[in-house]
Design a binder for this molecule. Structure first.
Ligand code: MN
Length: 175
């Protein structure tokens, strides 16, 4: 069956880097927000999922990088593994870094603040991801926030768009 799966061909470097958001029914449902930076998927777990409402800041817990070939993974992570549970590709596309100090994603990451434009199927327009000091401990807590633009949407709930961005299918499950 034909689906809109992007080419896995080698990248020339001329294209924009890619991103994906995987909805993951682990012990606690969350959305994994992943950006292609430096040859890996820099990743954050967003418990409540991204919000298109610019007045909402969503906790995004920085987690381990994932390999690039995980970008469009959809399926079941086996029991016994960390993160066991179903995964769908909730959104994917390309992104670009637009600030605050340049277009170098790795530099923005180490500065702890990145303004990006997302070119996804659900998430579009400008976003900020900002490292905070809240929470403490080993967790690195960031905040993901939509900036005001034509793609902003007040009172947005990611559960209102439940389908896989790859297959268009809505998983028959809770949440
Ligand atoms: Mn996860």
């Amino acid at each position: 069956m034909a689906t809109a799966i992007p080419e896995a061909a080698p990248r020339t470097g001329a294209e924009r880097p890619r991103f994906a958001v995987q909805k993951h029914w682990a012990r606690n449902l969350h959305y994994d927000f992943r950006l292609e930076i430096g040859g890996a998927l820099v990743s954050w777990a967003v418990p409540k999922g991204p919000s298109k409402d610019p007045s909402v800041k969503r906790l995004a817990i920085h987690v381990e990088d994932h390999p690039l070939d995980y970008l469009l993974f959809e399926g079941a992570l086996p029991e016994g593994d960390y993160g066991a549970g179903e995964v769908i590709v909730w959104d994917y596309g390309e992104f670009e870094v637009v600030g605050p100090a340049g277009e170098d994603a790795a530099a923005a990451l180490s500065e702890g603040v990145m303004r990006i434009v997302l070119y996804g199927t659900k998430l579009r327009g400008e976003w900020t991801i900002l490292k905070t000091k809240m929470g403490g401990g080993k967790r690195e807590n960031w905040l993901l926030q939509k900036m005001q633009d034509e793609f902003a949407l007040a009172d947005y709930d990611p559960e209102s768009e439940p389908a896989s961005a790859l297959t268009g299918k809505v998983p028959q499950r809770r949440g």
